[in-house]
Unconditional design. Structure first.
Length: 699
């Protein structure tokens, strides 16, 4: 259907909206017009797969205006991120529509928004998929909308498909909404990052008659480049050197929260306030994230050093650059993130700084959302044994699984109808669950193929933009002529290596800090036995970590320590003296005895460090006996790992620790269970308190 078949009044409505959004004289593109025309029809299903900046939101604002003018109910937009919701509320207002968002950051506004919705004073309401899956929200809001919703929009719809790079189980609950609502309600799904398989999957979920509108994905404004063969600390230094040279303001993506915080610190170490940056992660309060997004929007910061928490939906048309320190596991997710840049400017720099260590991160993310059959059965058994609704903390204690895994499994099971979330907690529905090995093997194979594409990208085997387009099954892909492969050089003003003095300054500056180690407060239950809160008399104190995660400033030293290199061990021991010196003001009491806990992460290191600290600090020294080093922390669930350490550790004789403050020196840990169990055993042996010092907190 062509939009010209609409009435003159409807034509005027669409023209008014698009001009309000894009300026006088603006008109819809052909595919935009086709989508809007289709969405006016009852029960229509439309999937739009178009490049970032194409104008997908204009489609649903125009369609919303038409539905409201015809007397239909409001539009419900399912949107993944708060930043996207805030931008969309502003865009809706610009288009003359009344919009509001219901999310975790505006709980105080919910009652007023729901009242406006009930009174039909809102044209658009935006919700997160998590809110959509919440039973309380469903009871209060979706029932109000049942039968009168004008349009349902699923933004970033690739997240509906577990073949996609960003599958979210809560998104799959959208299908529940489809079943609850009037079958005549039109549905629009939009995304910029879906290959053919994801497109087919999402279209099938929407319905057999789904209209798919797919366009070319090349971005002429992006100048793609790869800067490889840099060490971890050199990558930090490269960013520090190049930030002042890059035009405008932008985003520097990193793979972990720790990297975001350290790289922001590295920039401040060298440039101070002259190059303002901030770390942006999902761990920040919503109000802080909003402020940082606004700071970048207004160019009050040169860059946000961000995890993927700043991704889908953030809209800054003049974003000048996107740099990745570490490669994402998927070319699809990479395309989605770099698509933030160059939307309304002619040239934007996009740079990838890969590392050999990236593959370990890829392997982790490839399997992170795939359920472990035995763990799911253990969770279901605990849920069925609860005799009613069970909370996530309760199930965590009963199963020994980590909370994040419990939440993931419950949501995945809810998609299959095996569990149900109620206002009182989670219930087992009684429907059997079977592990679909063939399906998950297929998902894993897809993710490994995507990792292979990223290897080809980082090696610069051919045109970078063409490779990204082909990974999204874009049939229009051809060499771009602008990337570092096509040009065989980096675009100005980028340099291939950082300055030596910058590398030195960054390493020195970052080594002066230590991470706080908050003690575990809950026993895991399960095979360990004890569950619930750890008694205060057995708790460790707040500790310190010298090296957190893959800290680049320590990478070479840790490698030397793992080989038994004495100078490397001494370098770490000297650094621990500095940690104790800075920590001293926060000690509840001065340590009296240094106790070694060797987990096997770095054989001999804990003994070396503890001996040095005992000598410098005039402490007595002792050691915990370890019958068997623990397995890798991810190899066992929490209850079994904690049980392992309880059986493997032997604390010193009471006369060595009783009535004394213990400095517990640990070579390395991921989970903290050896620290937690050892601290409890030392307290049971009479230690008045335990201060843990971990040389390397691994991730």
């Amino acid at each position: 259907m062509d939009l010209a078949t609409l009435t003159p009044e409807e034509e005027l409505t669409v023209t008014r909206v698009i001009e309000a959004l894009a300026g006088p004289g603006a008109r819809l593109r052909d595919d935009q017009r086709t989508a809007v025309a289709a969405l006016v029809q009852p029960g229509s299903r439309v999937l739009v797969v178009q490049a970032t900046g194409w104008g997908k939101s204009a489609v649903y604002w125009c369609a919303t205006a038409l539905h409201r003018a015809a007397g239909h109910g409001p539009t419900l937009v399912v949107s993944p991120l708060l930043s996207l919701m805030r931008d969309q509320v502003a865009a809706a207002a610009k288009a003359g529509l009344r919009a509001a968002t219901i999310n975790s950051s505006n709980v105080g506004d919910w009652s007023a928004i729901e009242a406006d919705l009930a009174a039909d004073r809102l044209d658009v309401v935006l919700v997160s998929p998590e809110r959509l899956a919440n039973p309380g929200f469903g009871a209060r809001v979706l029932q109000q909308l049942a039968g009168r919703l004008g349009l349902l929009v699923i933004d970033e719809a690739h997240a509906v498909s577990d073949w996609g790079h960003d599958f979210r189980p809560d998104y799959r609950r959208v299908s529940d909404v489809l079943r609850q609502l009037n079958p005549d309600t039109p549905v629009l799904a939009t995304t910029a990052t879906a290959n053919e398989r994801v497109t087919d999957d999402v279209a099938a979920q929407l319905g057999e008659a789904t209209l798919v509108l797919r366009g070319p994905l090349a971005r002429a404004s992006l100048e793609l480049a790869v800067v490889d063969r840099l060490s971890p600390i050199q990558r930090y230094a490269w960013v520090v050197d190049q930030l002042p040279r890059l035009a405008g303001s932008g985003i520097v993506y990193v793979l972990t929260v720790a990297d975001a915080e350290r790289l922001a610190q590295a920039v401040r170490v060298v440039h101070g306030d002259a190059v303002p940056v901030a770390a942006y992660t999902g761990q920040l309060e919503a109000a802080v994230r909003h402020r940082l997004e606004d700071d970048l929007q207004a160019n009050r910061v040169k860059a946000l050093i961000a995890t993927s928490a700043l991704g889908m939906g953030y809209d800054k048309p003049d974003l000048g650059f996107v740099v990745h320190v570490g490669s994402p596991p998927s070319p699809v997710s990479y395309y989605q993130q770099v698509g933030r840049a160059g939307r309304a400017i002619d040239h934007a720099s996009v740079v990838l700084l890969p590392s050999p260590a990236d593959e370990g991160v890829w392997d982790y993310f490839a399997t992170a959302t795939i359920p472990v059959e035995a763990e799911v059965h253990r969770l279901l058994a605990a849920l069925e044994a609860s005799g009613g609704a069970a909370s996530v903390p309760q199930l965590e204690a009963e199963t020994g699984l980590r909370r994040t895994k419990v939440e993931l499994y419950l949501k995945q099971l809810a998609v299959a109808g095996v569990t149900e979330r109620t206002a009182d907690g989670w219930l087992a529905t009684g429907r059997p669950w079977t592990f679909d090995a063939e399906h998950y093997d297929g998902v894993l194979a897809v993710r490994r193929r995507e990792a292979a594409i990223m290897r080809a990208y980082t090696r610069g085997e051919r045109c970078l933009m063409q490779l990204l387009q082909e990974s999204l099954d874009d049939a229009t892909a051809t060499p771009c002529g602008r990337c570092s492969v096509c040009r065989n050089t980096l675009p100005a003003p980028l340099e291939p290596e950082p300055h030596t003095e910058t590398v030195r300054a960054v390493a020195t500056g970052l080594r002066g800090s230590a991470q706080v180690l908050d003690p575990r407060k809950m026993w895991p239950g399960g095979e360990f036995g004890a569950r619930g809160r750890i008694p205060a008399a057995l708790l460790a104190e707040v500790g310190r970590v010298l090296v957190h995660a893959d800290a680049p400033e320590w990478a070479d030293t840790l490698a030397g320590a793992s080989r038994g290199d004495e100078p490397a061990r001494q370098e770490l021991a000297d650094a621990c003296v500095g940690v104790l010196s800075r920590w001293r003001g926060d000690w509840p009491a001065r340590p009296e005895v240094a106790v070694v806990l060797n987990t096997g992460s770095y054989p001999g290191l804990a003994e070396h460090v503890a001996g040095h600290l005992a000598s410098v600090g005039r402490l007595d020294s002792s050691a915990i006996g370890v019958a068997q080093a623990g397995p890798p922390d991810r190899a066992l669930p929490s209850d079994r790992e904690a049980a392992h350490w309880r059986g493997a550790l032997t604390v010193p004789q009471p006369d060595q620790v009783a009535g004394r403050v213990v400095l517990l020196v640990v070579d390395g840990t991921r989970s903290q269970w050896p620290v937690t169990v050892a601290s409890a055993m030392l307290r049971e042996a009479g230690a008045t308190m335990v201060l843990p010092l971990v040389v390397h907190r691994q991730v």
